[in-house]
Design a protein around this ligand. Structure first.
Ligand code: PGA
Length: 253
């Protein structure tokens, strides 16, 4: 049985004060949420105060990026140990915006995932195909290649600490969602690839779907057998919306 994991990815939104205000509104809304792990990935500048606001709650703090080096002359970068001290339990690596806007390769993503694991932070590792790749029938080939290269060096005994996020690039922030069946096809494929790489651990690894997840489509997405959570951008900025998404199985009818 895999515990669902619902993660907010705020991207470059919310000041520290706005993050605290979110926490104050959000925590009462999910106080009764059961059988689900809730994660909020905030900008670096909000992590300290947000972490304090979440302290004592079941909501986990996450970073959106990290540098793979432990320290050094890397102006503007943030090391894994700095995130540990702030209480981050998860870190997103390889988001498509990092890959496309900041040139992160699968090899970079793999080194970041390893650095997080070494620091004791669980990576949320993202993969996804572009519209052109999907339309040319290459989705599974692209996902398989990117996944294998992004997992390079991850030791089998740490596999169950990883979360994989499947985010079709054409569905991110566009209002277009993969149909639950389209998403399930890729999630099933990802699990088969994880089984080849990590054996039985693949059954306990969680695979999130991301791309225009909203309160009104989350239930059908989460009903798919290989979808174990969601990575949510736009709809996670509002406490009410994200609480509905996080409580997908407990919506009042
Ligand atoms: P979206 O973003 O929910 O706004 O589509 C998802 C993501 O990029 O993680």
């Amino acid at each position: 049985m895999r515990t669902a994991i619902m993660a907010a990815n705020w991207k470059m939104h919310k000041t520290a004060a706005e993050a605290v205000a979110f926490a104050e509104a959000f925590l009462p809304l999910v106080a009764e949420a059961a059988d689900v792990e809730i994660v909020v990935a905030a900008p670096f500048t909000a992590l300290d105060r947000l972490g304090r606001a979440l302290d004592g709650s079941a909501v986990a703090l996450a970073a959106q990026n990290v540098n793979a080096e432990p320290q050094g002359a890397f102006t503007g970068e943030v090391a894994p140990g700095m995130l540990v001290e702030l209480g981050c339990r998860y870190g997103i690596v390889g988001h498509s915006e990092r890959r496309s806007l900041y040139g992160e390769s699968d090899a970079t993503v793999a080194s970041k995932a390893l650095a997080l694991l070494a620091a004791g932070i669980r990576p949320i590792l993202c993969v996804g195909e572009t519209l052109e790749e999907r339309e040319s029938g290459r989705t599974l080939e692209v996902i398989g290649g990117s996944l294998a290269a992004s997992l390079a060096g991850v030791p089998g005994e740490r596999a169950d600490e990883l979360v994989i996020a499947y985010e079709p690039v054409w569905a991110i922030g566009t209002g277009k969602t993969a149909t639950p069946q389209m998403a399930q096809e890729v999630h099933g494929f990802i699990r088969s690839q994880l089984a080849e790489r990590f054996g039985d651990s693949a059954e306990s690894m969680r695979i999130q779907y991301g791309g225009s997840v909203k309160p009104d489509n989350v239930a059908e997405i989460m009903a798919q057998p290989d979808i174990d959570g969601a990575l949510v951008g736009g709809a996670s900025l509002d406490p009410d919306n994200f609480s509905k998404i996080a409580r997908f199985a407990q919506q009042e009818s």
